[in-house]
Design a protein around this ligand. Structure first.
Ligand code: NAP
Length: 343
């Protein structure tokens, strides 16, 4: 019999890549969608799998809805990827973020415990839980110090997952994933904002990009490789928690430089702080500006993960380099812009 997987957050970046991976492995994939009003499944379409995933309406805010979905599907594996995942928005909507990212995990775990306790469970935890980092690099034993309502809610999601494993002997794993990007990343996130903006600048459709902190450093990996780590966690003999990261860190400034370079534009920097600007070295035009609008009330300055445990126990390792990742994203956005420009 084909294994059945339930993926929450099917409409997101990771939901799309994970669906593709599981379909290739022969799973029946059920995607939970909360009917947000956006009726397009553009990511599933881009991967050519929109007809292969069975969509089930399910909102993590509604327990009865979650229970019915678990009862109907009776999944072998549940991947909880649904979240209000944009850190900046979590400062504007801290209660909603907590209800989805913290209590939503509990609702799903309770539904599984009551209806289908043998199902294996994956929780999408995040490096944002490390926030004001207590050690460099961060591993599974590093203390959490989240710096946003998003990070705080995800800490709850992490610990309730561990608690259900320890209390009820459930096969529940928490994957502490560092930033992972791709052409399917939402445009609200800085990496995609940069690559889509730069592609538009290169084609003369946009003048400049306004960003927040240029010196924030992140450990950026390639999303299709990260969903493979999620699957590997649920195939182990014992449930456990793993950091998934590249072990390298790069600043937003470096990301910007590499992204511009892959369109043939060399960028130089002038000024300091809020007056800093990214200038096209050839034309002298201002292409990047800084605005406090995009600063977080509490910043996370540096994240760098130590994936040693995932390497040793899961046999997982990152393959795509930082510069190749940026190129892949810029190439995809240039192609999208070319299509937009077609008569
Ligand atoms: P994403 O693109 O933002 O996708 C999140 C999905 O969750 C969206 O499809 C959204 O639905 C859905 N969702 C939001 N509220 C919901 C609710 N109340 N009920 C049901 N679904 C709801 O995120 P992603 O980048 O794929 O990330 C997947 C997961 O990994 C998230 O939990 C994220 O926090 C976590 N994570 C991501 C990264 C990263 O770098 N990408 C790193 C660490 C952890 P709509 O489409 O309807 O809005």
């Amino acid at each position: 019999m084909r294994k059945r997987a339930l993926i929450t957050g099917i409409r997101g970046q990771d939901g799309a890549y994970l669906s593709k991976l599981l379909l290739e492995k022969g799973y029946q994939v059920y995607g939970a969608d909360r009917r947000s009003g956006d009726s397009s499944f553009w990511r599933l379409k881009e991967l050519g799998i929109d007809r292969d995933v069975k969509i089930r309406y399910m909102d993590l805010l509604e327990l009865t809805n979650v229970m019915r979905a678990v009862e109907l599907i009776m999944p072998d594996e549940v991947y909880n990827l649904a979240a209000q995942s944009f850190v900046q928005a979590s400062f504007e909507q801290p209660l909603l973020t907590s209800d989805i990212d913290a209590m939503g995990v509990l609702r799903l775990l309770e539904a599984i415990r009551m209806i289908n306790p043998d199902a294996k469970f994956y929780q999408a935890s995040t490096s944002e839980m490390f926030g004001k980092v207590q050690a460099i690099p961060q591993n599974e034993k590093t203390l959490f110090h989240p710096r946003s309502p998003y990070g705080v809610a995800k800490v709850y999601g992490h610990w309730i997952t561990v608690n259900y494993r320890e209390s009820y002997n459930m096969f529940a794993c928490s994957g502490i994933l560092f930033n992972h990007e791709s052409p399917l990343r939402g445009v609200e996130f800085i990496t995609r904002k940069l690559t889509s903006g730069i592609a538009r600048i290169a084609k003369g459709l946009q003048e400049k990009i306004i960003v927040g902190s240029l010196d924030s450093k992140r450990d950026w990996g390639y999303a299709p490789e990260y969903v493979h780590a999620m699957w590997l966690m649920l195939q182990q003999r014992q449930p456990d928690d793993y950091v998934v990261a590249t072990g390298e860190t790069h600043s937003v400034r470096e990301f910007t430089e590499v992204a511009f370079r892959s369109t043939g534009i060399r960028i130089g920097w002038k000024g300091k702080g809020l007056r800093e600007k990214g200038i096209d070295k050839k034309t002298g035009k201002t292409l990047v500006e800084v605005s406090p609008e995009f600063f977080r009330p509490a910043e996370v300055n540096i994240l760098i993960g130590d994936p040693a445990k995932a390497k040793k126990k899961l046999g997982w390792r990152p393959k795509t380099t930082f510069s190749r990742l940026v190129e892949i994203m810029v190439e995809a956005d240039l192609q999208r812009v070319r299509k937009e420009c077609l008569p």
